[in-house]
Design a protein around this ligand. Structure first.
Ligand code: HEM
Length: 153
């Protein structure tokens, strides 16, 4: 009987220690509200190879943390050729909000939420190049690099 009680107590001790470890090592530390830059890669869908779409976005991206929510602002180059840009929002590929566009530079800045900056984010783009009759509709993935987060000046 005493032996059993000792085992039960030991089991509780182990459970308590495991619980304590889980508590002090959260998956990712929250980033304070503010503006930052963050580097990233555009990858071919389901691979770690660079996507051609990555030649048409600016680096680094801007990261805006607002009320604890993380938004990435991405500048799209040759904007007139990149006719759609969507990211996965709660399981649905959703048009990124256009924050600004610069007709002279042929760029636009799009904004979308990224709850987990460590996970690959599914994205989708449509490309239309009228003078050669090229139309592309592609899934790609964005891989952000949280270790490059730097406060914006
Ligand atoms: C603005 C210029 C272009 C962009 C942004 C673009 C983007 C893409 C993307 C995102 C992919 C999927 C693979 C990946 O993620 O790299 C792709 C595939 C491909 N692109 Fe383009 N592309 C462009 C121009 C062209 C042109 C000019 C051609 C040839 C006429 C071309 C032919 C192809 C082919 C053959 C594939 C692979 C086949 C496929 O997956 O259907 N692309 N492109």
């Amino acid at each position: 009987m005493r032996f059993q009680l000792k085992n039960v107590l030991a089991m509780f001790a182990v459970m308590f220690m495991l619980f304590a470890v889980v508590q002090v090592s959260p998956a990712s530390a929250a980033i304070a509200d503010g503006q930052y830059t963050i580097n990233y890669k555009v990858l071919k869908d389901q691979t770690n190879q660079p996507s051609r779409l990555g030649d048409y976005t600016e680096y680094p991206a801007k990261l805006v943390v607002q009320n604890g929510k993380q938004f990435v602002h991405l500048k799209i180059l040759s904007s007139s050729l990149i006719t759609a840009f969507k990211t996965n929002q709660n399981g649905v590929l959703t048009n990124a909000e256009v924050v600004s566009s610069d007709a002279a530079a042929n760029t636009r800045v799009v904004k979308f939420e990224v709850p987990n900056l460590s996970a690959k984010l599914n994205a989708y783009s449509e490309i239309y190049i009228p003078f050669i009759g090229y139309t592309g509709k592609y899934n790609v993935q964005l891989q952000f690099e949280p270790n490059t987060i730097t406060p914006a000046i």
